[in-house]
Design a protein. Structure first.
Length: 322
């Protein structure tokens, strides 16, 4: 009997898993966490002044603007890219339940430049927001690149089949304007409220553009092999976009989200020239405080002997140029 996906070290033909070790949390674990949690309150709607994106300049091959959570606008000489775009005020089924956005997007939706490519790392609600994807298709009709099995979600938002590229780990696609995009491994999992767990693959992306390379981690726990392997196969990225939030409590989150100290290890394993922290300060989905991730990152960075400019923290709407 045929299987829908290639057999590999991370797929049995129907379900995906993390190589070497895979640990799915159960609903019993969720209940244990929620029954014992006492997360600190987040401030009510910290001020964000949405601003138009900074223009790409002749002397810079890349401008990266953090919009919020894992959403970045990457302006390159080969086109404009959005990563895991989420503009909704609430993440969850039909945007009716689930955490509310704590800070407005750093770039207003109507101020976005023409979007050529979307990178969608996996199907979780704080990364795959169908309402935002539907708006982007109607406004920009971009190409969208995603791991295996996510095409059904994208077709349900209106994306045409010939604008959806599904990749397995280590597969690449080169856009018409010459941007080479490789899907890389990540240590995570997938599921939405409906459907079977881990039937859609997850991953990160390595982009090669004229004059600059970028690594976007998506969502990931630390793995002692994966990031060394990415470095060995693809070389050092000029800029890495790495998660630093959603990590407490560690007994529950360790297998799916790295903490700031582990993000510093990923930065070093990748050999990245510079990194920016993401996946924090936008949606209160775990137990650390609103500003704990940048504070803990500063401690981890100092312990590793890295200068502040090696691993940056941005405000929504702030742009970093190479």
């Amino acid at each position: 009997m045929s299987v829908p996906f290639p057999l590999s070290d991370h797929c049995d033909g129907r379900c995906f898993f993390n190589p070497r070790h895979h640990d799915d949390r159960s609903w019993r674990d969720v209940w244990r966490w929620k029954r014992s949690t006492r997360p600190p309150p987040w401030p009510a709607q910290p001020a964000v002044t949405s601003r138009p994106p900074a223009a790409l300049t002749d002397d810079s091959p890349l401008a990266a603007t953090w919009i919020g959570q894992s959403t970045f606008l990457l302006q390159t000489r080969a086109g404009n890219v959005l990563t895991d775009p989420v503009y909704s005020d609430r993440i969850g089924p039909a945007n009716l339940v689930g955490p509310r956005r704590a800070r407005a997007p750093g770039i207003a939706f109507n101020d976005l430049p023409a979007i050529n490519v979307i990178l969608l790392s996996h199907d979780h609600y704080d990364h795959c927001d169908r309402a935002t994807l539907r708006r982007l298709w109607r406004s920009h009709s971009p190409l969208i690149i995603t791991p295996l099995g996510n095409g059904d979600l994208l077709r349900s938002t209106g994306f045409a089949c010939d604008h959806i590229i599904e990749l397995d780990w280590w597969q690449s696609h080169t856009t018409a304007r010459g941007m080479e995009i490789t899907l890389t491994p990540a240590r995570h999992w997938s599921n939405r409220v409906r459907g079977s767990r881990n039937r859609r693959l997850w991953g990160g992306f390595f982009l090669r553009t004229p004059g600059a390379s970028v690594f976007f981690a998506g969502d990931t726990a630390y793995d002692e092999v994966m990031f060394h392997d990415i470095h060995a196969r693809l070389g050092p990225a000029d800029l890495a976009l790495l998660p630093i939030g959603a990590y407490e409590p560690r007994w529950f989150m360790r297998e799916q989200h790295c903490n700031p100290a582990e993000a510093v290890r990923i930065h070093r394993d990748l050999g990245a020239r510079a990194s920016i922290g993401m996946h924090w300060g936008t949606f209160p989905i775990t137990d650390e405080g609103f500003d704990d991730p940048p504070r803990e990152l500063a401690r981890a960075r100092a312990a590793a002997g890295l200068p502040p400019e090696a691993f940056l923290v941005c405000e929504p709407g702030e742009t970093v140029r190479l």
